[in-house]
Design a protein. Structure first.
Length: 119
C-alpha cells in the first residue's frame, strides 16, 4: 500500500493550494483519512480528518480556511487550503487507515509534500 501526495509548492500569503493524496496497492477498504503537518523544529500536528462517511474535523488554526474532502471511488483525499498564512508553512503528510485483503486495519503515511508560504 502506498500513499502519494501532490500539490505542494510556494505561495504568497493569502493564496491557495490544493493538496491531493492517492492510495494505491492491495486495498480492501479505507477508513478515516487525514492530513498532518510538521513545521521546522515543531512536532507533527493534525490538520484535518475525514471519515469514510464524510464527517470532517479540523484543528482550530485552520477552521474556515481549509477544507478536507475525499473521493472514495478514487481512494483519494484532498485538502483545499485558502487564505494561507506564513504559519502554514510545513511539510504536509497524508494519513489513512487501510484494510488490505490479508491484514487488519493499519495506519499508513505518505512521504510528505512541502508547502511554503512566503512573500
Amino acid at each position: 500500500v502506498q500513499l502519494v501526495e501532490s500539490g505542494g509548492g510556494l505561495v504568497q500569503p493569502g493564496g491557495s493550494l490544493r493538496l491531493s493524496c492517492v492510495a494505491s496497492g492491495s486495498i480492501f477498504s479505507i477508513g478515516a483519512m487525514g492530513w498532518y503537518r510538521q513545521a521546522p523544529g515543531k512536532q507533527r500536528e493534525l490538520v484535518a480528518t475525514i471519515t469514510r462517511g464524510g464527517s470532517e474535523e479540523y484543528v482550530d488554526s485552520v477552521k474556515g480556511r481549509f477544507t478536507i474532502s475525499r473521493d472514495n471511488a478514487k481512494n483519494t483525499v484532498y485538502l483545499q487550503m485558502n487564505s494561507l498564512k506564513l504559519d502554514d508553512t510545513a511539510v504536509y503528510y497524508c494519513n489513512a487507515v487501510i484494510t488490505t485483503p490479508v491484514l487488519s486495519p493499519n495506519e499508513y503515511w505518505g512521504q510528505g509534500t512541502q508547502v511554503t508560504v512566503s512573500s
